[in-house]
Design a protein around this ligand. Structure first.
Ligand SMILES: Cc1cc2nc3c(=O)[nH]c(=O)nc-3n(C[C@H](O)[C@H](O)[C@H](O)COP(=O)(O)OP(=O)(O)OC[C@H]3O[C@@H](n4cnc5c(N)ncnc54)[C@H](O)[C@@H]3O)c2cc1C
Length: 502
């Protein structure tokens, strides 16, 4: 009897035991492919100077993606040149320690004074790329805080296990777009730490093919104030954001014309999101009168609300920025009456017990356009030494605050390929293909997660060949998770921890 029981138990357990290593392997594979968790250890690991790849990396665009790419390339290449059209970004004003005192404002980045959430992965990456990050944030009055944005999704306030994680709770930097971008620029263009990086004002207008090896690019053409300039390049990186200018340069140089033209590899859908964004100053004499403000900040963010899509199309959020600034955003999927004044916000955010600290404010009304993704990984004839990252590859719904993380995923992918080549001083012919394959794996969860959420709104225009029913099961499952997240024992970690999507 006991023998047969043992036999039955063995027969039942054996498949489970056999499955265990398979599940572990699958988990490893997915972590490697879709997140940055296994890539972090290699970030910031520099080659010895004598082993660096000869020549210059030309980075086209000096915003989030361009600056992160430059910092990664400093570890691997002899020289890095960033070309950025907004000339003031190459002056001291572009790297102000107190960013809110900048005399200039970005002309090509409309969201410069808008709300900006930094999810944990961007801070994870920055900590590895810039060992002095905490000290430098302190100088710029940017606080490190728990990466808990106080999410209320689908009408359910997520419980977050602060007690369970204690000091190991993931942290992130709390700064607006202006503060975040200026900090990253100040750190990257620090010539003492990164002497091989420089930035010049200019507009990239094209690329030249290498006449000796037509699979490669030889140089980049830059329009500067002094005239046309040609920069020889070992590697060209397109970080021109939504302008996606690099696609035109390589097309004009004879790449990606046939059979898979890049426009055929671009998918897009339109969540028709719009929002008003306001920035307030919240000096201590005002914030001290609102105890909830201090209490909430002690454990992270202030408030992000996205209702159940079957009931409401609206969302709103309040976020702490650098210094004593606070940002409020009110928005909606589809048409909606949005506030255009401070009084309007109070009406709009009836549920939010907010005081009236409005000594100065800036307001901005933004009508956001579509989400897109060009699948470069499927292109068959890209130049071997040309890559693209950030919004020049894909733009996702800004409501979920993943643009910076997406740029960081690009920088991580670039670093991973360059680390794989650490014994070589040459860019191989499959470089661009390898990079785009790795990057696509890490973009996929961000893209799919956003789309799944956006498709719950009937005002969204879906991708060609899809309907708003696409992803219905996953949406149902997420809705159930959101309900559970409001109950003890569940956390919102998956919403913002390494490379994962919402
Ligand atoms: C309203 C709004 C709110 C957002 N909120 C968040 C948020 O809360 N959190 C978050 O993480 N993300 C957010 N995002 C997304 C985030 O801003 C973008 O993902 C991010 O800016 C992408 O960085 P990038 O460097 O790829 O492109 P960009 O920041 O767009 O920069 C492109 C750069 O290329 C330069 N350039 C253009 N053409 C040329 C050329 N020919 N030659 C050389 N340079 C050129 C431009 O001057 C610019 O500096 C938001 C976006 C919007 C629109």
């Amino acid at each position: 009897m006991s023998l047969s029981l043992t036999l039955v138990a063995t027969l039942l357990l054996a498949p489970l035991l056999l499955l265990h290593p398979t599940i572990r392997l699958l988990r490893y594979h997915l972590l490697k492919k879709e997140t940055a968790m296994l890539d972090w250890a290699l970030m910031g690991k520099a080659r010895e100077e004598k082993n660096k790849i000869p020549g210059t990396v030309v980075i086209c665009g000096g915003s989030l993606a361009g600056l992160l790419a430059a910092r990664v390339c400093h570890d691997h290449f002899e020289r890095v040149v960033i070309v950025e059209p907004e000339a003031w970004l190459s002056t001291d004003d572009g790297t102000q320690v107190e960013s809110w005192k900048q005399k200039n404002k970005r002309a090509r980045v409309a969201q410069y004074t808008s709300l900006h959430g930094n999810l944990a992965p961007i801070t994870d990456g920055l900590l590895r790329l810039f060992p002095d990050l905490e000290k430098e944030c302190h100088r710029s009055e940017i606080r490190f805080m728990p990466a808990d944005f106080k999410l209320t999704f689908g009408g359910h306030k997520f419980l977050v296990p602060h007690d369970e994680f204690g000091a190991s709770f993931p942290r992130t930097i709390r700064a607006g777009r202006q503060g975040t971008e200026t900090l990253i620029r100040r750190l990257t263009l620090n010539t003492k730490e990164y002497p091989n990086i420089s930035q010049i004002p200019g507009i990239v207008i094209g690329v030249q093919v290498d006449s000796k090896n037509p699979k490669f690019l030889e140089s980049v053409q830059v329009q500067t104030e002094a005239g046309l300039k040609e920069i020889k390049a070992s590697l060209v990186i397109d970080c021109t954001g939504p302008a996606r200018a690099g696609q035109e340069w390589i097309r004009s140089a004879g790449f990606t014309v046939t059979p898979k033209a890049l426009d055929k590899l671009t998918v897009s859908y339109d969540p028709r999101v719009r929002y008003s964004s306001f920035i307030f100053r919240m000096p201590p004499e005002v914030s001290d009168k609102v105890p909830e403000y201090g209490n909430e900040l002690a454990t992270g963010g202030l408030f992000v609300y996205k209702g159940d899509p079957s009931i409401t199309q609206t969302y709103c959020g309040v976020m702490k920025l650098e210094s004593d600034f606070v940002s409020v955003v009110c928005g909606a999927w589809g048409p909606a009456e949005l506030p255009d004044s401070a009084e309007g916000i109070r009406d709009y955010l009836k549920s939010l017990k907010f005081s009236t600290p409005i000594p100065e404010w800036i307001w901005k009304f933004t009508d956001l356009s579509s989400s897109y993704w060009t699948h470069f990984e499927l292109a068959s004839d890209l130049p071997a030494n040309w890559i693209a990252l950030g919004d020049s590859v894909s733009r996702v719904n800004p409501v979920f605050g993943q643009g910076g993380t997406k740029a960081m995923m690009g920088a991580v992918s670039l670093n991973t390929v360059l680390q794989e080549l650490h014994t070589s001083k040459k860019i191989p012919e499959d470089f661009s293909q390898r990079f785009f394959n790795i990057q696509a794996g890490k973009l996929k969860p961000l893209w799919a997660g956003n789309k799944m959420a956006d498709y719950s709104y009937k005002t969204t225009t879906p991708e060609q060949g899809e309907t708003l029913e696409t992803g219905a099961y996953l949406r149902w499952y997420t809705h159930k998770l959101e309900t559970l997240a409001a109950k003890a024992g569940f956390s919102n970690f998956s919403c913002h921890y390494p490379g994962s999507s919402s």
